[in-house]
Write a new protein. Structure first.
Length: 436
């Protein structure tokens, strides 16, 4: 993973030493249960745990050197342990296959990574909620197709983001449940050479659930669902990032990323304040989504197993989780420090001469006896004059001068339809739905 986009706690989960520690725990717990069943001497597990207690450091370089000869990572690890533990180590890996170790380890790593991602989401949700409450009634324009539509509040924009990431959290919890399974079932998953109770024991010790039916591997539909969930979260990150990028454009400038003292926006133009963090988030989201496709392609392995998924997961396991961890933390910082400009929001709403109230006039005309087709025509012909004047003309003024309009609505009735606060009467209802 690129160190620039990695945080220590998440990276540590994927370090070789951390992986080998999980490998040892799986082997030692399995040996322990096999000892209870009388398959191997109880002294074997004791020898493993005694050595582990006094030798906490994993010699990654030594294992790598053995693998250079064996061309097999699990055998290299078992050989290294045996060299250090002695004769009792021969009872390790009884009835097991390499995938029992590798797949169960991946489950542990993904589960632990997910715990950090859930913490990240909680931090992000807290930041969004705080800013949403702050701007609950800050008027701003809602846009469809990038064009002024009707008024909303900036708090509602943030409430939408909160609801979206709350759904992301629910999905991620489900994805963790999906991925956190253990397989200690032997060469083709039949438990021919190892009792199912060993799998149950190892699963309990590692905080996993036994895989109901495995082949030589845990079924990869689980992993596909997991990485697809990360991809959806990345999509939500990008949606918020793109919104902020648009709001920071010079012609809009309703909000912008915090610009710290001494920060530089351009090597050539000293005036620049660029949305670099949210642009970066857009790029990271693309990468996280890209990891979902190979995870989906990993589902269709040959028969009980082939190895085509293995190299893929060595990439996407650490890269997707580390990148998402970084992206969620970065977005939290952006939201937390986001500069918001209510005056600019109001000015932007006002610049189109009241066009944002056109629907209310349309509805008022229909309620006062004008057909919808005629009402639309009357409002549109005046609205287009305002549009073509670039907001120099005022829609309310033109409507008051239109005899067909005033035949149905009084000046007072027209003025009522230009009340900004009217659009915000259900804000509390929406906030109650989102935040409870």
């Amino acid at each position: 993973m690129v160190p620039r986009y990695a945080r220590p706690a998440m990276t540590a989960i994927w370090e070789p030493e951390a992986k080998y520690r999980i490998w040892f725990e799986i082997e030692a717990h399995a040996t322990e249960k096999l000892g209870e069943l009388g398959v191997v001497p109880k002294s074997a597990a004791k020898a493993l745990w005694d050595w582990w207690a006094t030798n906490p450091k994993i010699d990654v370089e030594a294992i790598d050197a053995i693998e250079a000869v064996t061309k097999h990572d699990v055998i290299a690890f078992l050989t290294w342990v045996a060299e250090n533990v002695g004769e009792e180590a021969r009872f390790m890996h009884q009835g097991m296959t390499s995938s029992d170790v590798l797949d169960t380890t991946l489950a542990v790593q993904l589960a632990r990574s997910t715990d950090l991602l859930l913490e990240d989401l909680d931090d992000l949700l807290a930041a969004i909620k705080r800013r949403a409450e702050e701007h609950k009634y800050t008027p701003t324009i809602g846009r469809s197709h990038g064009i002024h539509a009707e008024p909303v509040t900036f708090g509602l924009k943030l409430a939408q983001a909160y609801a979206e990431f709350d759904r992301c959290k629910t999905r991620l919890i489900a994805a963790r449940e999906e991925i956190a399974t253990c397989a200690i079932s032997g060469a083709v998953g039949t438990f021919a050479n190892i009792d199912p109770s060993v799998e149950e024991y190892v699963a309990e010790k590692l905080g996993l659930k036994p895989e109901p039916v495995s082949t030589q591997v845990i079924p990869r539909d689980r992993h596909a669902m997991y990485f697809a969930t990360l991809a959806v979260i990345a999509g939500s990150i990008e949606r918020v990032a793109v919104e902020i990028r648009h709001l920071q454009r010079t012609e809009v400038l309703e909000a912008e990323e915090f610009f710290s003292k001494g920060q530089k926006g351009s090597s050539a133009m000293p005036h620049k304040r660029n949305p670099i963090l949210t642009e970066n988030l857009t790029g990271q989201a693309r990468m996280i989504r890209a990891y979902a496709l190979p995870a989906l392609e990993n589902v269709a392995l040959w028969h009980e197993r082939d190895i085509s998924h293995s190299s893929v997961e060595r990439f996407i396991g650490p890269d997707a989780t580390i990148t998402l961890d970084f992206a969620l933390a970065r977005l939290t910082g952006v939201v937390d420090k986001l500069l918001v400009y209510p005056e600019r929001m109001q000015a932007n709403m006002d610049r189109m001469g009241g066009l944002i109230h056109s629907q209310r006039v349309l509805l008022a005309l229909t309620q006062n006896g004008v057909s919808r087709e005629d009402a639309y025509r009357l409002v549109q012909r005046n609205a287009m004059k305002v549009w073509e004047s670039d907001g120099k003309l005022m829609l309310l003024d033109l409507l008051k001068q239109d005899e067909e309009v005033t035949a149905a609505l009084t000046n007072e009735q027209l003025e009522e339809r230009f009340d900004l606060d009217y659009h915000f009467k259900q804000v509390d209802t929406i906030f109650d739905r989102v935040f409870g």
